[in-house]
Structures are given as structure tokens and as C-alpha cells.
Write a protein that binds this ligand. Structure first.
Ligand code: ATP
Length: 252
């Protein structure tokens, strides 16, 4: 069973439909690129998944209907900040405890301490918990950033344009952190205008960090955003007959 199922989503602003008939399923561990031209409905789709805009249709997360159980489930889907870098002059532990204070407000201090301990151990950075972030190596800082995101109980992580305003090295690091988060049996969805920058090199071969691509496009007849494509990066490139994901926007 897919972890996240979006079924026939419809969103309108007043009388004007912004999104129509959006359906797709996502398994845990996936990193999804959400692409489309300006005004295609990317932000609208994200806001519907976050429950921030009124949508018709259904969103099922782990078999449960999000809109029907919104109060209990809303903490499972959340935005990731655009900049995942952490404050250099805080210790790793304090950073995670601050996040626990925000995300796990209803837990006792002891429960928050326990959660932070578990995450530090799980991510493999517990031995560095009392060091300042600025004293960590690049790889350890990345682990701290992943740990910091995992403190809450989010299952779906959404990031809006992690590529805007970041230099190339920071963009790569940001995407690597998101990939590592997905590998904790989570789903990561990324709105991006630079989808081809998110690559990893495996055995000397460049491979996209995205496991799937959602392409939204505005229909020239009803002006609403529709799902133009959903599938793997390779299939997206073949479907649109392009060699780079960003060229899909030109094809559309
Ligand atoms: P961009 O890449 O420019 O951020 P997008 O793909 O995120 O665009 P949306 O912001 O989701 O697009 O907008 C989709 C459509 O809905 C657009 O036609 C937009 O004008 C319209 N729209 C968005 N927000 C509102 C609103 N609050 N009221 C009315 N129309 C809106």
C-alpha cells in the first residue's frame, strides 16, 4: 500500500479552478520533484496537502483520511525550511532540544529528552551532542541537520524551492539532507525550478536524487492545473523527449 495517496484533488479560488483531477500515489523513501511553469498550481497542491487550502478530493496517509482526521494527523505533514543549515554557535543537543520544544510541545521535558536521545543515536551523532555545530565536520553537520528534522513525527516533508537563493554547494548539501531524510522511511516533496541540479554521483555516474517527478501544467481550455506526468525521472525525460528535466517546462 502506498504511504501517501492523493485522489482526484480539486482546488478553486472563488469560481476559478486552480487544480483539477490530481491523483498520484507515493511510497515511503521517495523524493519527489514537483515541477511546472509559473501558475501551474505547485504551491496550491502543496497547500492542499498541508491542509492549508480548501480542497475537494481525498488525501490518504498510511490508510487514514487526512481531511477527516486533520487535527490528529496534521503534524505528520510539514514544511521543511528553505535553509537547513543550523546555528553554528549552538550545541547539537541544544539545537535538537529547541526543535523538540517547538514540534513536541505537548510532550513532557523527559519525553522530549528521550526523543532527542533516540534520534541522536539513530542518526549516529550522539558522541558529538555537546559540540558546537560550528565545530563539526561537513558530514557531521549534515547529520545534525537530518537529526534536527527527524525530531518531530513528520512522515511527509515538503520543501518549497530549496534551490532559490543558495549557492551551488549549499544547494547540493540541502538536497543531500533531504535525500537522507527520505531514507528514514519518509516522503520528501520538493518544489523546484532547478530539478537537474539535484544529482548524486554513484560509481562515477550522475544520477538524479529524485525518485519520481510530478509535472503540473495549465490546460489552455479550462486554465486549471492538471497532472501532465507522474513517474520516474527516466520516464519523464523519455515522455517529453528531453535530456534535462528543466526542458520539460519548454516542451509544455
Ligand atoms: P509559481 O511557480 O509562480 O510559484 P505555482 O505553480 O506555485 O506558481 P500557484 O501559486 O499554485 O502556482 O497558482 C496557481 C493558480 O492559482 C494561478 O493561476 C494563480 O494565479 C492562482 N492563485 C494562487 N493563489 C491564489 C489566491 N490566493 N487567490 C486567487 N488565485 C490564486
Amino acid at each position: 500500500m502506498a504511504m501517501l495517496e492523493v485522489k482526484d484533488l480539486y482546488v478553486s479560488y472563488g469560481m476559478i479552478a486552480a487544480l483539477k483531477g490530481i491523483s498520484f500515489e507515493v511510497n515511503e523513501g521517495e523524493v519527489i520533484a514537483l515541477i511546472g511553469a509559473n501558475g501551474a498550481g505547485k504551491t496550491t497542491l502543496i497547500r492542499a496537502i498541508l491542509g492549508e487550502s480548501k480542497a475537494e478530493g481525498r488525501i490518504i496517509l498510511n490508510g487514514q483520511d487526512l481531511y477527516k482526521n486533520f487535527k490528529n494527523m496534521k503534524s505528520q505533514i510539514g514544511m521543511v525550511p528553505q535553509f537547513l543549515t543550523l546555528r553554528k554557535n549552538d550545541t547539537v543537543r541544544n539545537t535538537l532540544m529547541d526543535t523538540a520544544g517547538i514540534k513536541l510541545g505537548s510532550c513532557t521535558k523527559q519525553e522530549r529528552e528521550q526523543r532527542v536521545d533516540n534520534i541522536l543515536e539513530h542518526v549516529g551523532i550522539k558522541e558529538h551532542q555537546n559540540k558546537l555545530i560550528g565545530q563539526l565536520s561537513g558530514g557531521q553537520q549534515k547529520k545534525a541537520a537530518v537529526a534536527n528534522q527527524l525530531v518531530g513525527f513528520q512522515k511527509v516533508f515538503i520543501c518549497d524551492e530549496p534551490d532559490s537563493g543558495l549557492d551551488a554547494a549549499s544547494r547540493t548539501q540541502q538536497m543531500e539532507i533531504l535525500k537522507e531524510i527520505s531514507q528514514e522511511n519518509k516522503i520528501v516533496m520538493v518544489i523546484t525550478h532547478e530539478p537537474d541540479d539535484a544529482v548524486q554521483v554513484i560509481d562515477g555516474v550522475k544520477k538524479s536524487l529524485f525518485t519520481k517527478v510530478i509535472v503540473l501544467a495549465r490546460n489552455s481550455v479550462d486554465r486549471a492545473g492538471h497532472l501532465a506526468f507522474y513517474g520516474s525521472v527516466e520516464n519523464a525525460l523519455a515522455f517529453f523527449g528531453v535530456s534535462r528535466l528543466q526542458d520539460i517546462m519548454i516542451e509544455i
